[in-house]
Design a protein around this ligand. Structure first.
Ligand SMILES: Cc1cc2nc3c(=O)[nH]c(=O)nc-3n(C[C@H](O)[C@H](O)[C@H](O)COP(=O)(O)OP(=O)(O)OC[C@H]3O[C@@H](n4cnc5c(N)ncnc54)[C@H](O)[C@@H]3O)c2cc1C
Length: 470
């Protein structure tokens, strides 16, 4: 992976020219390309990997929309103000508070645009309030698979004949003598390097979670966790931004996941914990307050430096089984079950007496007969009863949230607030809306909202800029 900046002359010979060049074909890049095209610009998308989708494909495809018509139809009262309050309560300070307000403001029209213009097969999730949301506001594919959302975006790109070249890694940003973006250089396997001239470049190449050095530099607390996202997130946007004097924002923020099923590598649905399950270590002891949520709790799991297990009961397993990925994990034999705590402990050679004491104390707290020693106060269906299920889990890093600071139209800005002419960023490439503090600020859907939301805004503004200029 290379991420250089080169200055080109006014009479540069381009291999191809477009109004808007999009770097990366995940949620952000595909949305940006559709918007820029619909606003009248010529567009092309370059994707480093052999297939489009990136982390967006791996996600659950959930996008928050505060005040959408789908919420109104379901009788749910919501507003951007309510969403900003929710996000700020969870995330605390942000390097870019205006971005949080901007994303909340466009979230509802964005979900409607996805359904009406893109043709995304999405629906409001009404049965469940996700982490960080005071009302149900996530709109997601019925399957809860990001791949479906990506497929719908790709179909919309295809219908518009927007060129999308995979296995085309952008290696350099090319600037003119005044420092404005003029195009990109691309590495094409077997062909060599080519250059594409563009009036605007949209960085939709995600964050730096696959780049160990950048993760250690900016998100040290999770540096020991395995990365479970797509391999393309190698941090080029940050590296280009640093060279161009761009401001970086919220660099410590990341999304973790406390319960990746081991050794299967699929997610153990956090529903299992929210509905009353617990996590215990190899000594059979709980070690923290699971109410922290799947992202913030990843750090606590990592800190154990030993095997960790999720435990829940049959009723909870039945609820989680409605989610495809969980059902698949069950079918693959990723969970074990037993009728007694002794037998459950034997599944993984855990100390049975300690495990029994741990579960008794937890059940007492869940039954409101004592306070939970670890401070948990949401117990779902617990006390746990009947048949118990157990799954070994490891902590994972899903994506980084910090990146290039952008203005209200997704233009990349410098420390003094001035925009770098012709450069846009969205999604993981841009500073996120989860605050600046580790994983605690991540509310469900924050990643895709800033991907698709900033992609949408970048596409519109880049098209306006380049078509007006023409
Ligand atoms: C397992 C998992 C579950 C998640 N669940 C959710 C969820 O439910 N809701 C949510 O909001 N977020 C979720 N996230 C986070 C979410 O997926 C990301 O925040 C979001 O997809 C980022 O979108 P993006 O378009 O910025 O990046 P991506 O979708 O990763 O797309 C970036 C693309 O750019 C390409 N690229 C990189 N560098 C270059 C280059 N130099 N040249 C050309 N192409 C390049 C990459 O290969 C990639 O295809 C999850 C993440 C993971 C890993």
């Amino acid at each position: 992976m290379q991420a250089g900046i080169r200055t080109v002359s006014a009479n540069q010979n381009w291999d191809m020219e477009v109004d808007v060049l999009v770097v990366g074909a995940g949620g952000c890049g595909l949305a940006a390309a559709i918007c820029a095209h619909d606003a009248g610009a010529s567009v092309a998308i370059l994707e480093k990997r052999e297939r489009a989708g990136g982390n967006s494909s791996l996600s659950t495809g959930s996008v928050p929309g505060a005040g959408s018509r789908f919420q109104r139809e379901a009788g749910i009262e919501d507003s951007p103000q309510k969403m900003v309050a929710d996000l700020e309560r969870l995330a605390g300070d942000s390097d870019l508070p205006a971005l949080t307000r901007r994303m909340a403001a466009i979230s509802a029209p964005l979900c409607e645009w996805l359904v009406d213009t893109v043709g995304a097969r999405m629906a409001l999730i009404t049965d469940y309030c996700h982490i960080g949301h005071s009302v149900p506001r996530l709109h997601a594919p019925v399957s809860r698979r990001g791949q479906d959302l990506v497929d719908d975006l790709l179909a919309a790109v295809e219908r518009r004949d927007i060129p999308l070249a995979t296995s085309n890694a952008v290696s350099d940003l090319l600037i003119d003598s005044a420092g404005a973006i003029a195009g990109v250089a691309v590495d094409v396997p077997g062909v060599g390097r080519s250059t594409i001239g563009a009036g605007a470049v949209i960085l939709a190449c995600n964050g730096f979670a696959a780049n160990r050095e950048l993760v250690a530099r900016y998100c040290g607390e999770i540096a020991g966790a395995e990365y479970f996202g797509a391999l393309g997130s190698e941090g080029e946007a940050v590296m280009w931004g640093e060279q161009l004097g761009a401001r970086l924002g919220n660099m410590q923020a990341y999304q973790g996941y406390a319960a990746v099923a081991y050794p299967h590598g699929s997610l153990l649905s956090w529903t299992t914990i929210e509905k009353g399950g617990v996590l215990v270590n190899a000594h059979g002891e709980r070690f923290g307050n699971e109410d922290l949520g799947y992202s913030a709790y990843a750090r606590e799991v990592l800190a154990q430096q030993q095997n960790v297990y999720a435990i829940f009961d049959d009723r909870i397993k039945d609820i989680a089984s409605k989610e495809e990925e969980f059902a698949e994990l069950v079918n693959l034999g990723g969970l074990k079950s037993a009728d007694s705590i002794d037998a459950l402990a034997r599944c993984f050679d855990l100390p049975a007496a300690t495990l029994a004491r741990t579960l008794d104390a937890y059940n007492e707290a869940a039954a409101q007969r004592s306070a939970d020693p670890l401070g948990r106060d949401r117990f779902g269906l617990a006390p746990l009863s009947g048949r118990l299920w157990i799954c070994r889990v490891t902590p994972g890093l899903f994506h980084t949230q910090g990146g290039l600071a952008v203005d209200d139209n997704a233009r990349v800005i410098r420390a003094d607030g001035s925009a770098i002419a012709g450069l846009f960023a969205g999604g993981g490439a841009a500073a996120g809306i989860s605050g600046r503090a580790g994983a605690r600020g991540y509310a469900s859907g924050n990643g895709l909202l800033s991907a698709i939301g900033l992609g949408y805004l970048a596409g519109l503004e880049a098209a306006r800029l380049t078509t007006e200029r023409a």
